[in-house]
Design a protein around this ligand. Structure first.
Ligand SMILES: [Zn+2]
Length: 455
């Protein structure tokens, strides 16, 4: 397969207060969904087209059509085929790319994952180019195709499912708001009352957390009542397999508490009946777990059956949304792992809150650092690492007693790695399992995403 590096063309749309061309020049108010397959092993990927589908409404921004955030492991660019004008782009991450970091992929077992790209429905033929990041984090073209929106090969069936759409928070037109669609997983028909209660609860939790509290009026929260035949979800390590609506499962990529959704086409077919920029699955289960992938979906378990851990789902709900919406990386690490392969130490990751570069003048978030704060920023890491993970309060007390508590710096220990990777703040919702707020750098990233969708 021919690979070439993307050459960025700078288009001064920013001067016009928007990114991209006029929506009406190139698009109509519908969605084109492009389904395709990722197939490969570690360091090898092949993309094949599955099908193109017309869906009812475009719910993304009509103003910001070119993605300026630079988040995600993949990027899709859409060109008007006749004039070769870039008319739409979007960054996202995928299950495939995450799977590529597993042992299975390293051992050379080929696997296939379905994925979808949603773009506004073009008026004229387009060229679609799919990029993935290489080891140096540069976007490399992996797939290219021409799509004629008038073609008889575009599927135009009415949405297959007809679940009633309900709103938990409604602030305006989906084109001008961030639309979160919450889907129930493992709730039977009889448990729908619990689902409605859970939707309300987690909506309140999200919009109590800064910066979401200040920007609540820029969001809509929708939900579809999709019943599962049986209650709960698959828990393979316990031999539990359940007939649930979306077939979500614990033990994803063989990690017990990791819940993911693999049946992409079924999910997209059901979600087509609702406006969404973000999908959020609530999993009807008391077992700790969740997952969040940038611009793909968030997943969170619904409740704990123990009083002392009743706040854990609230922590998970906001943390996972930090991944899926804000493009944030995990700032935590385990003290016994000295190195890892997830974030190579010689490459700046795209996640805004993790860096291997603790140099004052070039630090990724240097604009947040006060002049007197040393970089890297000292903290009693060895002492912290000696406190068992379960002694949450002792760990927190130690953090709060540090000289640079409350300051943005570069604190070693981040992105699953004890050494060589740095986080911006001593504590953050992406660092500790607690109800602590997002740090200033994470908050800034989230605000940038909110503004991109709504301005
Ligand atoms: Zn943070």
């Amino acid at each position: 397969m021919k690979r070439f590096l993307l050459v960025f063309t700078l288009i001064p749309y920013a001067l016009l207060g928007k990114t991209g061309p006029d929506f009406d020049d190139y698009f109509i108010n519908k969605t084109m969904r492009i389904d395709y397959y990722f197939t490969g092993i570690k360091n090898e990927c092949r993309i094949s087209l599955d099908r193109v589908i017309e869906e009812p409404h475009w719910t993304g921004s009509m103003n910001n059509l070119i993605d300026t955030l630079n988040f995600g492991n993949h990027l899709v660019e859409v060109y008007d085929n006749e004039s070769n004008t870039l008319i739409f782009s979007k960054g996202f991450s995928s299950l495939f790319q995450e799977w590529q970091t597993t042992d299975e992929a390293a051992q050379g077992l080929y696997r296939t994952f379905s994925a979808s790209v949603l773009i506004p429905y073009p008026k004229k033929p387009i060229k679609l180019i799919h990029f993935s990041r290489n080891k140096k984090n540069e976007f490399v073209s992996e797939f290219e195709t021409i799509i004629d929106p008038a073609s008889r090969f575009v599927k135009r069936d009415k949405p297959q499912f007809d679940y009633k759409l309900k709103a938990c928070l409604k602030n305006g037109s989906p084109n001008k708001k961030v639309d979160i669609l919450i889907l129930p997983e493992g709730y039977t028909k009889r448990e729908m009352r619990k689902f409605r209660k859970d939707v309300k609860h987690f909506t309140d939790v999200l919009f109590a957390a800064p910066p979401f509290n200040e920007y609540k009026d820029r969001f809509n929260v929708w939900y579809l009542e999709v019943p599962s035949e049986e209650s709960g979800i698959d828990d393979p390590r316990k031999g539990v397999f359940v007939k649930s609506a979306f077939e979500l499962t614990y033990n994803s990529f063989d990690s017990d508490r990791y819940i993911l959704a693999f049946d992409n086409k079924r999910i997209r077919d059901i979600a087509a009946g609702a406006p969404y920029d973000q999908l959020y699955f609530l999993v009807n289960s008391p077992k700790y777990g969740g997952g969040g992938i940038y611009n793909l979906f968030s997943i969170c378990y619904s409740h704990s059956d123990k009083e002392e851990t009743s706040w854990w789902p609230d922590y998970v709900f906001v943390h996972e949304f930090g991944h899926a919406f804000g493009g944030l990386g995990d700032e935590y690490y385990t003290s016994d792992v000295a190195y890892n392969e997830f974030y190579p130490l010689d490459t700046e990751p795209w996640e805004p809150n993790i860096t291997p570069n603790a140099t004052k003048n070039t630090l990724k978030w240097k604009q947040f650092v006060e002049p007197e704060t040393p970089i890297p920023t000292p903290w009693e890491k060895e002492l912290f690492d000696k406190i068992p993970y379960k002694n949450n309060n002792d760990r927190r007390e130690l953090l709060q007693n540090q000289k640079y508590w409350g300051k943005v710096g570069a604190f070693e220990g981040s992105g699953y790695s004890s050494k060589g990777l740095y986080r911006p703040f001593l504590d953050c919702r992406m660092f500790s399992k607690s109800l602590v707020d997002f740090c200033p750098v994470c908050r800034d990233a989230i605000i940038r995403v909110i503004k991109f969708h709504t301005e």
